[in-house]
Design a protein around this ligand. Sequence first.
Ligand SMILES: [Zn+2]
Length: 294
Amino acid sequence: MSVLTVGEAQIHRVEELRIPNTIAYFTEDEDLLAANRHWLAPHFLDENDSFDLVFQSWIFEADDRVVLVDPCTGNGKPHPVPFFDNLEVPFIERMSETGYRPEDIDLVVCSHLHHDHCGWNTQLRDGKWMPTFPNARYIMRRSEFERWGPQRDRHPVFDYNESVFERSVQPVVDAGLAELVSGSHRLTAGIVVEPAPGHTLGHQMLHLVSGGQHAFFTGDCFHHPIQLVEPAIPFGDAEDLEQAIAMRRKLVELSADNGALLIAAHLPAPYAVRARREGGDLHLAAAGTQEDLK
Ligand SMILES: [Zn+2]
């Protein structure tokens, strides 16, 4: 069952993990929370000021292509954070509930190359990391690829992403399935990947237009919607905080311009946020199915 609709496109999700989280990790500004509770509650902020940080992939069909966005952490991959270490999650089984099998996927889009956005790129088969989606083109941003790959000597390498490139990216390249893009890159009539730097320097987002409706799959541009109200609230290590702040401001404007859904990687139900202009003011609201908005 789909969780969001964008024109003709039904957006499905496949959950890998969820981590209960508290808003205190983002802000302890009681006035700010009070002013936004009316649209954040109950899903993005419950009565205990908590919410779930969800690790999930999005799947949709548009322009005769089946697209999977942000393939989570993957199974059997060592990670210094126990929560992600050597997962054994029935992700592919859960995916089959959406009606799609790995071989049905035409395009895999990684917003960036942190472990939780490219992990299911590969699976261990006979002791080798092999592409999970054998018929897909894997769309990655060239600058992001170089930051974690061949040219990474120029950049700090973090424990949490150690060997992610070797396990989850290089095997896709070796299989001839990687497509490195730059700038604003059109994949189909209604699907464009665009630079969305900040969280990582080579972070990208996917812009879907279907039936005159718009959505942006925004990866880790923001982790909680409160960051769209106060873009300077940090979470996770933005590689460039100034760019991350500018990007969050831009997303709110983009959404207000055409009613676009902002579908972030880690949002819980109802999974999306939408902005609108009223007079000179920008207002944000949770967006999703009636069922999920209850
Ligand atoms: Zn993430």
